[in-house]
Design a protein around this ligand. Sequence first.
Ligand code: NAD
Length: 240
Amino acid sequence: MFKNIVVLTGAGISAESGIPVFRSETGLWEQERVEDVATYEGYARNPAKVHEFYNKMRRSLKERKPNPAHLALSRLEQEWQQGEVTVVTQNIDDLHEKAGSNNIIHMHGELRSAWCEHCDEHYPWEDDTSAATVCPKCNVKGKVRPDIVWFGEMPYQMGRISEKLNACDLFLSVGTSGVVYPAAGFCQIARAAGALCVEFNLEHSAGFSSFNYGLYGKASQTLTEFVDHLLKTGEALDKV
Ligand code: NAD
């Protein structure tokens, strides 16, 4: 019988809500070089470009709705009596929140948050940011950046994530390609702690051999079926 569940989510869980994954031909990410928009060096070179990149994404969130995969995780958190359900997401969108999940760790930051590099405060943020933005906490201008963990920066709450991984007995990984570390190594940590590890993807991820098994297809379907079965029986759906 499982007790504590950790669910790692990646861009694939939001794909069916119309948010392009990292490596798609239609996504914003594909039109820009990662070094330009997702590194501190890129930001230092051209802050206006980087602010606008995330402003566009933040604005587009208003049109995005959670899909059945997000809703399944929210239901799992609400109905799971035996222990705790934690969603660790690499996503910077707000679809887990919109679906009603509460126990969420945004390890790569959030579009709806800003960070002042001067006073080191992080706070909810709904508007655009720019080099002219004044920090509402310290009143310093030009130091407010998107609250996104860029390549080369330390993901948030790694200590808490490590505790959850070491205390879980079921680890689910949904819609992540398994190439971005440290998230790509979470399965191995959970497996070493004795957890059953299941991946949900369209195809085998780069780290699939670390999982006990995978369920392949759209997460809106595979994850919903898995959660239904888990809530009904307390058991994981077997490989199909
Ligand atoms: P990725 O784009 O590298 O990989 C997405 C994975 O999802 C792929 O393996 C793909 O096969 C799978 N997938 C696509 N559609 C799916 C579906 N309907 N059901 C199940 N699986 C599906 O994403 P990543 O591994 O999360 O890494 C990309 C990085 O870029 C992350 O760190 C994240 O912060 C960032 N990012 C975030 C968003 C977002 O917030 N929604 C979007 C793009 C990129």
